[in-house]
Design a binder for this molecule. Structure first.
Ligand code: HEC
Length: 238
């Protein structure tokens, strides 16, 4: 009897000893840890195998998000003038493109510019906004390039439409705006073009140059800047 009593005490002590060291904040025994621990590196994980100790990497220099292309003209008067004279609509002037453009124009632009593009939209009639020009304003002499540029960056009281419309949509609206200008001018309607192949949208000025010269003209451009930023980032991460 006595020995049973002793044995019980010893067992209890042993149990207390074993369990008292258990830390509730750390995982217990894991059977088949593969079920819990990923075999691959975890996104944003810290690993010494990587150069900066981080699994997450910066995108390769000059990489751009899929489906997006840089617009090479900056938001300043020189580039606005360059876009006005040099930038043209890459989309064929087809009935489809014009109709798409008309719908988008009615959604985004007509409220100020009016259905006819004469600058007499609802907001103008109700005197909510001033200074909306007619598309055939001789002083402005809008072109395909200038219309795109204004849609991209906005102009004074007119906001930018770059986040609400895709590149293709802006060019479709552009066709429609130019057709409105045409009618306001009383010019004959532009004839529709046949679209031979779906327009390969998006090559930017820089890309066009690369293809033409068959060499990388971008070399060295802004490389110093990017490197400086990377260094800063590594510092903060450490
Ligand atoms: C909130 C009202 C408003 C909306 C909506 C609006 N605009 Fe404008 N737009 C203006 C005003 C105001 C100006 C005159 C800006 C200035 O010259 O200060 C202007 C100017 C323009 C010009 C002439 C720019 C130049 O080269 O002088 C064009 C082209 C134009 N808008 C196209 C568009 C298109 C296309 C849309 C739709 C995607 C649109 N606008 C939507 C108010 C608007």
């Amino acid at each position: 009897m006595r020995s049973l009593f002793h044995k019980t005490i010893a067992l209890l002590l042993f149990a207390v000893m074993v369990t008292s060291c258990h830390d509730k904040d750390s995982p217990n025994y894991q059977y088949m840890p593969d079920m819990y621990e990923p075999v691959s590196y975890e996104a944003y994980g810290e690993y010494t195998v990587f150069e900066n100790g981080q699994e997450a990497k910066l995108p390769v220099e000059n990489s751009i998000p899929r489906g997006w292309m840089p617009y090479e003209y900056q938001n300043n008067p020189q580039d606005a003038a360059a876009a006005k004279s040099g930038l043209t609509n890459p989309l064929a002037y087809t009935e489809d493109n014009l109709n798409e453009g008309k719908q988008l124009y009615t959604i985004y632009c007509a409220i100020c510019h009016g259905d006819k593009g004469d600058g007499k939209g609802k907001l103008v009639e109700r005197e909510k906004i001033l200074g909306v020009p007619s598309y055939n304003d001789a002083g402005r002499a809008i072109t395909e390039g200038s219309v795109y540029h204004v849609m991209y960056y906005g102009l004074n009281n007119m906001g930018s439409y770059a986040s609400q419309t895709t590149i293709e949509e802006r060019w479709q609206i552009d066709h429609y705006v130019m057709s409105l200008k045409n009618s306001l001018d009383g010019a004959p309607e532009r004839e529709f073009e046949k679209e031979t192949a779906k327009t390969q949208l998006l090559p930017s000025r820089a890309d066009a140059d690369i293809y033409k010269e068959g060499e990388d003209v971008d070399q060295g451009q802004s490389g110093a800047n990017t490197r400086a930023t990377e260094e800063n980032q590594t510092e903060t991460q450490e």
